[in-house]
Design a protein around this ligand. Structure first.
Ligand code: SAM
Length: 226
């Protein structure tokens, strides 16, 4: 799989691409990354990529022309924007099956709306908050995809049983010691009774999802926070 990243900060990616699962995916050539420096497609001697907003207002807006040139006729295009649909695990699963994915990172006040209207296939947001740029969102997406590529995560079973796979959050996990500062691991997990453990886990998945993410069960998305 090839992921191309359109960005004015290609140097941002040195560290997220250099460690752990993403580094392994790159080494094994399950994944290739191409960094496209948007400034190389900028206008004039100053390589301009942004301009003042029509209608007035603060800050600068990224121009369509350099982005259009940078994209060429490349694959499935995703614009990172707080105005996009909230990113979900099934987006990553869908994109992990695509040969060429292009992630477009905005900066400043955002991107000329005609990019979204005419040049991209998906608009996604990492969540209901505003980052300074799309690069951190692109890094998160790449890591999420890399671990879905065949052979990248050692134990494929661990991917199959994770949160969101069946529309539910994962059950809580515990490890040694079974007692710490008087905080105990649920007795059922120490029982050795696999059928009981499986029933308990299924019940925990349902309960946690209903309490924390009723929206995943089709309910109201407003969850009370502690
Ligand atoms: N003025 C925009 C607004 O109010 O919606 C925010 C622009 S933000 C400062 C600059 C860039 O960061 C965006 O163009 C986008 O690429 C990226 N960005 C910010 N928040 C994001 C989020 N939640 N998800 C994905 N990308 C985000």
């Amino acid at each position: 799989m090839l992921i191309r990243i359109v960005t004015i900060f290609p140097e941002f990616f040195a560290s997220p691409l250099g460690v752990s699962i993403v580094a392994r995916a790159l080494e094994s050539e399950s994944l290739r990354i191409e960094l496209i420096d948007l400034r190389e497609h900028g206008k004039g001697t100053h390589r301009q990529v942004d301009d003042a907003p029509f209608g007035g207002g603060p800050g600068m807006v990224m121009m369509i022309e350099p982005i259009d040139r940078a994209l060429g006729d490349s694959g499935h295009r995703v614009l990172l924007t707080p105005a996009g649909a909230r990113l979900r695990q099934d987006d990553l699963e869908r994109w992990a099956g695509i040969d060429e994915l292009v992630l477009i990172c905005g900066r400043y006040e955002g991107v000329d709306e005609r990019v979204a209207e005419n040049l991209v296939d998906d608009e996604v947001s990492l969540g209901d908050f505003v980052l300074a740029g799309g690069e951190a969102a692109a890094a998160a997406i790449i890591e999420g995809i890399a671990r879905l590529l065949p052979g990248v995560v050692g134990n494929e079973e661990s991917i199959k049983s994770e949160s969101f796979r069946d529309g539910l959050l994962e059950e809580p996990q515990y490890t040694r010691p079974s007692s710490y500062k008087g905080w105990e691991v649920p007795e059922v997990l120490l029982s050795g009774d696999h059928a009981r453990i499986e029933r308990w886990r299924a019940e925990q998945r349902r309960r946690r999802t209903a309490e924390r993410r009723p929206d995943l069960l089709g309910g109201d998305s407003a969850v009370a926070r502690p």
